[in-house]
Design a protein around this ligand. Structure first.
Ligand SMILES: [Fe+2]
Length: 153
């Protein structure tokens, strides 16, 4: 029995998507996986599966944006949080509008290619909008919890 070759993901991971903060990068990877799940289902003509993956992507994007805002709030030198939050709200609205494109186009259609718009949404959000985080990441110190064993000083 021969296995079907795995199709290349619509959005391959790129190191340029990384901001250098592990927790956020793990979320970026999960977002990329969901973008690919949406696009794979879409191209196979499975509209319901594409919309389900899209809804998971929206939930994760919302959580991820709040996580980024929380981290930026912890950078004393960061002055532009209000516009950052506002931009996140715009991004979520764009995602809602984009879901409408998936709902209204026939799955798998070439002429109405909502998958390309979704990839564009992700790439611009990540490599464009996350520049503020990259510029502060060297100051980032994750909260560390004691494992219970303390060294004697
Ligand atoms: Fe991000």
């Amino acid at each position: 029995m021969t296995e079907e070759p795995t199709p290349a993901p619509a959005l391959p991971w790129s190191d340029s998507f990384s901001v250098g903060i592990e927790a956020l990068d793990n979320e970026h990877r999960a977002l990329v996986r969901l973008v690919n799940a949406v696009c794979a289902a879409w191209h196979e003509g499975q509209k319901e599966a594409a919309l389900d993956a899209f809804d998971s992507l929206t939930v994760l994007a919302d959580d991820h944006f709040r996580h980024e805002e929380e981290i930026l709030r912890g950078f004393p030198g960061y002055q532009d949080l209000a516009s950052y939050v506002s931009e996140h709200q715009n991004r979520l609205k764009q995602l809602t509008a984009l879901r409408g494109r998936f709902e209204n186009a026939p799955a798998g259609s070439e002429e109405a290619e909502p998958c390309n718009h979704l990839i564009d949404w992700f790439v611009r959000q990540t490599i464009g909008h996350d520049a503020a985080i990259k510029s502060f990441r060297d100051d980032y110190r994750p909260l560390r919890f004691s494992s219970g064993s303390r060294k004697a000083s």
